[in-house]
Design a protein around this ligand. Sequence first.
Ligand SMILES: Nc1ncnc2c1ncn2[C@@H]1O[C@H](COP(=O)(O)OP(=O)(O)OP(=O)(O)O)[C@@H](O)[C@H]1O
Ligand SMILES: [Mg+2]
Length: 403
Amino acid sequence: MKSLLGVCMEGEVRDVLQTLSEARSCTDARVNRSPAPLWDKLELQLNELAMMVGSLERRVEHLEDERSALVENIKFGVLIEDASRRVSYANKTFCQLFGVPLAPQQLVGLACSELGEQAKLSFERSEEFLPRILEITEAKIPVHAEELVMKCGRIIERDYIPVWSNGSFRGHLWQFHDVTEQRQIVELRERFAHQVLQAQDRERRKIAREIHDSIGASLTSLSIRTRMLDEIGAEEDYSAHVNQLQKLTAATLGEAQRLAKQLHPLALEQLGIAEAIRQHAEDLSQAHQMPIDVDVMGDWQGVSETMATALYRVVQEALNNVMKHSGADHVSVFVERKTSEIRAVVEDNGHGFIEGAETQGMGLQSMRERVSLLKGELSFETPPRGGTAVCLRIPAPAFDKLG
Ligand SMILES: Nc1ncnc2c1ncn2[C@@H]1O[C@H](COP(=O)(O)OP(=O)(O)OP(=O)(O)O)[C@@H](O)[C@H]1O
Ligand SMILES: [Mg+2]
């Protein structure tokens, strides 16, 4: 069975054939009593008409081939009904989308009302399915991207186009588009943006807490001591107090510098990831009087800024945690870039994670989020001699993608 388009074109050809045959009988009638020049003229006209018919037929065939190739290969499900609501065409995608266990050609001629009875069972709010179709087909007004949710969770967008030809109604064209993946991508993007905002907020709260607890406390102490200086009599010795004040100021300055580094590690931009990790380890080692072995291997050129920052932050937090929680007296950092992945291990010889000792901290959560955004893996292992090993693996595609 031909599609509506085919049917319309066939109508045109039939009209021309009709004209041709009328012209021919008219000519035959006249020929008997007409002079030769008129006969020649009519024969010429007949030939022209025959050529027109031939070219129209070729056009129909050509259009039919184009239509088949187009409709068979598009990723939309297509269903065309004739004016009496019987299937005149369905494509493969339509059958796949709705799990119809028949070949598209087998649907041709079937009553759409019966098909609808079956189809409605696949949809959420199935009781609204048929009344809505009736409403649309009666109104014969195009409908665009109407959303339908299937019971299996897939989301389908439905278009409706009434088909008219030369002012007469020829049928209904339905188009179905599975937009589940598209919607999931949008949802993922939104969730990602939300996660980024949350992480940003957490980081700010952490810094605010540190400013309050360290610099805030030092400045309070400074302010008390300056007031004391003002209160003591001129005869007392100032030098001890001034000495204390100098020490406190230097410590506050050091703390402010440490916080500034945490907020934005300038070394990362200026020296690159390998040197930035080495410098951070050296600072910590000095501040905590603990030896830290650092081994950074591989060529780090071309690694994206996002990737470098995430790696630096994870190593930084793992090292901070060693200093704060592990009770270790030695720690080693191993980082390597290979063609297929980036690996990092921060291993201490402390007491390991103690059940129930977890704080309300955000460090581990931030580490996990950073790594999962880069589609990597983060694990906490216990080395054979005890302690904790924080292991990170990020696959190669993440290096460039998020650059
Ligand atoms: N290397 C480690 N050795 C032993 N315990 C650890 C180690 N790293 C983390 N922990 C445990 O994990 C808990 C959570 O660490 P997390 O980094 O999330 O929080 P925090 O360091 O207390 O706070 P924040 O990182 O927000 O400043 C810690 O309280 C600690 O008990
Ligand atoms: Mg921490």
